[in-house]
Design a protein around this ligand. Sequence first.
Ligand SMILES: Cc1cc2nc3c(=O)[nH]c(=O)nc-3n(C[C@H](O)[C@H](O)[C@H](O)COP(=O)(O)OP(=O)(O)OC[C@H]3O[C@@H](n4cnc5c(N)ncnc54)[C@H](O)[C@@H]3O)c2cc1C
Length: 414
Amino acid sequence: MTPEPDIVIIGAGAAGIGAARRLAGSGLSILMIESLPRIGGRAWTFKTPVGTVDLGCAWLHSADRNPWTRIAEESGFAVERRPSAWSRQFRELGFSREEQDAAHQAFAEWSERLATNPPASDRASDALEPNGSWTPYLQALSGFISGDELERISAKDYVAYDAASTATNWRVPAGYGTLIASSLPGNVEVHLDTPLRSLALGGTGIELQTSRGPLQPRAVILTVSTNVLSGDTIAWPSALEPWRDAAARLPLGANEKIFLEIVGDSPFVPESHVFGNPHDPETGTYYIRPLGSPLIECFLGGAGARSAVADGKDAAFARAVDQLAALFGSSVREYLRPLAASEWRRVPSIGGGYSHALPGQADARIALARPFDDRLFFAGEATHRSDFSTAHGAYQSGVRAAEEAMHALLPMSR
Ligand SMILES: Cc1cc2nc3c(=O)[nH]c(=O)nc-3n(C[C@H](O)[C@H](O)[C@H](O)COP(=O)(O)OP(=O)(O)OC[C@H]3O[C@@H](n4cnc5c(N)ncnc54)[C@H](O)[C@@H]3O)c2cc1C
C-alpha cells in the first residue's frame, strides 16, 4: 500500500465511489480501503443460477435527477423506465379495490398531516389516526420506507425526504450494484478485505491502522454506515464523540430481501406485484418476475426484516412461500424454490438497511456531515439532508466530501 497518500477513502460503497470520481484528475493521490472482499457496499448485484439479483439497492429513486442515471447512460448501461408495479395488487388478491383505496387514502392523509400539521413530538406515529384500521398497513410501509416502526421515525426527517423525492423510479437491468461497482475509476488504488481498525488524530495528519498495516494520509473521507460509526468495530479518538453521537441518532433500520426462484409453468405474471397481508405490520411485499426474470423478490422492512434475520433464512423462505400460497392458492408451492437472501444486519461492516432519524433528531444529519479540522470528511447516505437512505444520496455525499477535502488540501481551489 502507498503509506502516505494525500487522501484515504474508507469504504468502497456509493459514497466512496462518488468521492473517488470527484477526486479523479485533482492531482491528489488517493487510496481506498474496504472491509469486504468486493466493491459496492450496500449496492450488490449477486449472481444466482437463474440470473442476477440486487440484494441491496435496485431502484434509481428520483431517477429523473439521479446522478446514477446519467452515469449509466454515459457508460452504456441500459435504463428501464417502465413504471413500477408497486401500486397495483395483482387481481386484487387478498386486498380488494375498496380496501386498497381506503389504505392509500389513510397513507395520503397521514402524509399530509406530517407535512402540514406535524406533531410537536416529531414522532411520526403521533400523526396516526387514533385506532385507525390501517395503522398496521402504515407500519408496514414505514418498515419498507424507513426500516423501523413509526414510533422511532422523525416526522421532520421523513418529510424532508418526501418533499425532495420526484417519485420517479427506474431500474438498471444489469443491476444497480453492477453499475455502481463498475463506476469506480480504474486508476484508484483499492485494497479490498482491508478493514480500518483504528483512527488517530496526529499533530497535522491522520494515523490509520488497517489489517494490512498503517497509513498516514493528509486527509480521510469516511463513508462507513452510522451503525459502524457509532459501534465498536473501529477504535475512535474521543474528539470524534460528537460525530459518533450524531450517528447514533441516525440508526440504520432493518431492510432485507428474499428471492424465490419460479420453476415450471407457474401462474406468476411478469411485472406484477402483491402486498402479502395489508393487515400485518411484518408483511413482505412481493415483486413478481421483475423484468420477466423467473423469480420473485420479497422485500421486508422493520419488524419483518428483523424477524427474517433472527429466525434464519429457512424460516424466512418458508414464511414468504406461506404468504404467497395464502394469496395464490396452495398449489403455487410446487413452483417456488429458495434462491437468495440478504442478511445486511449481520454484516459487521454495514449493520442494517439505511438510516432514519429518531424523533427530534433530524438535524443530526447536519452535525454528522461537518468536517473535522479540515482533515476528516464525512460522507455516506446518512449525511445527506434529504436524499438519505439512497444510493444517489450516498453518491452526492461523496462528491460533497471530496470537494471539501480538495478545498482543504488544494488552497488554489478555494
Ligand atoms: C435491502 C436494501 C434495499 C435498498 N434499496 C435501495 C433502492 O432501491 N434504491 C436506493 O437508492 N437505495 C436503496 N438502498 C440503500 C442504498 O443501498 C444505500 O443507501 C447506499 O448503497 C449506501 O451507500 P454508502 O456508500 O453510504 O454506504 P455503504 O454502501 O455501506 O458503504 C460503506 C462501505 O464502508 C465499508 N466499511 C465499513 N467499515 C469499514 C472498515 N472498518 N474499514 C474499511 N471499510 C469499511 C463497508 O463494508 C461498505 O462497503 C437499499 C438498501 C438495502 C439494504
